[in-house]
Design a protein around this ligand. Structure first.
Ligand SMILES: *Cc1c(COP(=O)(O)O)cnc(C)c1O
Length: 393
């Protein structure tokens, strides 16, 4: 039924399960277990649980199922499995898919924890990982081999906002039968149809835009029913990365306002990019769909808006960046993103501190770079905050 609904309708109604009380707002089923009416029923459920039959919250829960169905309907995915965090989703998708001897190609510009899984954890279990410059299609072509099992990328990278050509990379991967796993956090499910572009598995940290108010950790993996039920679910349900029912409820309610929030925040981010481009104290302003971004045309072809994050490269390196950060009044320093509150981080000294200086330089993470996650404040106030702080540099 929800297949024919427009996205805004799906965000409010898809996946709703009402109890016998007919509650308007989704119930939080804060329960680990479920009682059986008979021994026969318990036996039958362990053989095969129906869509509305639950066994244990590590496997599934009605509130979690509502969240999974709603996000799957929005994404246009056959199925979804909700996880305790975005990293539980990345780890679950990759660990359930891969085994010793497999080869993976990944873009190098990754969120620090994603890089840790691909660079440190997977090789420990005999998985070979080749890293490429994600914006270089020839590099993908050279690295993908007949035995490549999966490719992994952040469709918009953190923090430099590189845009991956999902269609082109997916075609190369599919030519050798590799599974395309896309971390789509920055693009959001509102602005990009990753599965239609060619991704097979899509991952979100729900902690970001889906919660959208900085409260709970959560994540989700979306894909075919075959992948989710046969490959992912056995791994997740036996390793304990399940989303808590309470957090699922927060995410479910977050979905209801997701499109409204993301649209307003992206409009704010674009307004900031427009106003700040060419500012005398800035080396670069990066926002995926803004003319000044080297891949603006690709971003516009792939996304209906550039997301809620922009990056500013402040002239004068770390010292200037710190003076700027310390002078901000509305935009607060924190490494979360997608929040209703605008947040700013200095990747070189926080999220990407672990990387060698040469690696940071290769990724374009200069000492002057700050990442701004635009919230729901009035963009005029945010621009004034940034301009005043730039004056203080
Ligand atoms: C935040 C983030 C993650 C991890 O999500 P958590 O919910 O913090 O575990 C993964 N990928 C990207 C791109 C992120 O921004």
């Amino acid at each position: 039924m929800s297949e024919n609904w427009k996205p805004a309708t799906k965000l409010v109604h898809a996946g709703t399960r009402r109890s016998q009380y007919g509650e308007t707002s989704e119930a939080i089923f804060l329960t680990q277990g479920f009682v059986y009416d008979s021994a026969e029923q318990a036996e039958a459920r362990f053989i095969e649980a129906g869509a509305d039959e639950f066994i244990y919250a590590r496997y599934g829960n009605p509130t979690v199922a509502m969240f999974e169905e709603r996000i799957a309907a929005l994404e246009g995915a056959e199925d979804a499995f909700a996880t305790a965090s975005g990293m539980a989703a990345v780890n679950g998708a990759l660990m359930s898919l891969l085994r010793a001897g497999d080869h993976v190609v990944s873009s190098r510009a990754l969120f620090g924890s994603c890089l840790y899984i691909l660079e440190d954890i997977l090789p420990r279990y005999g998985v070979e990982v080749s890293f490429v410059e994600g914006t270089d299609l020839q590099a993908w072509r050279d690295a993908i081999r007949p035995d490549t099992k999966a490719v992994f990328f952040e469709s918009i990278s953190n923090p430099t906002l590189d845009v991956i050509d999902i269609r082109a990379v997916s075609e190369m991967a599919h030519a050798v039968g590799a599974v395309v796993v896309a971390d789509n956090v920055f693009a959001t499910p509102v602005f990009q149809r990753s599965l239609e572009l060619g991704a097979d598995v899509v991952i979100y940290s729900a902690t970001k835009h889906i919660d959208g108010q900085g409260r709970c950790l959560g994540g989700v993996v979306l894909g075919t029913t075959e992948f989710v039920r046969k490959t992912l679910e056995p791994y997740m349900k036996h390793t304990g990365g399940a989303l808590s029912p309470f957090n699922a409820w927060v995410m479910l309610k977050g979905l209801e306002t997701l499109a409204l929030r993301c649209t307003a925040q992206a409009a704010g981010a674009l307004a900031l990019a427009d106003r700040l481009a060419g500012h005398g104290r800035l080396e670069r302003v990066l926002y995926p769909t803004h003319d000044a971004h080297p891949q603006a045309a690709l971003a516009r072809a792939q996304m209906t808006a550039g997301g809620t994050v922009l990056a500013l490269d402040i002239k004068g390196g770390k010292e200037a960046a710190f003076r700027f950060l310390n002078a901000l009044r509305i935009i607060r320093m924190s490494n979360n993103l997608g929040d209703a509150k605008s947040l700013v981080t200095h990747p070189a000294t926080t999220t990407h501190q672990r990387l060698a200086p040469e690696t940071r330089a290769a990724l374009g993470i200069t000492d002057g770079l700050v990442r701004v996650s635009v919230g729901l404040e009035d963009p005029e106030d945010l621009i004034a905050d940034i301009e005043t702080a730039l004056d203080a540099v």
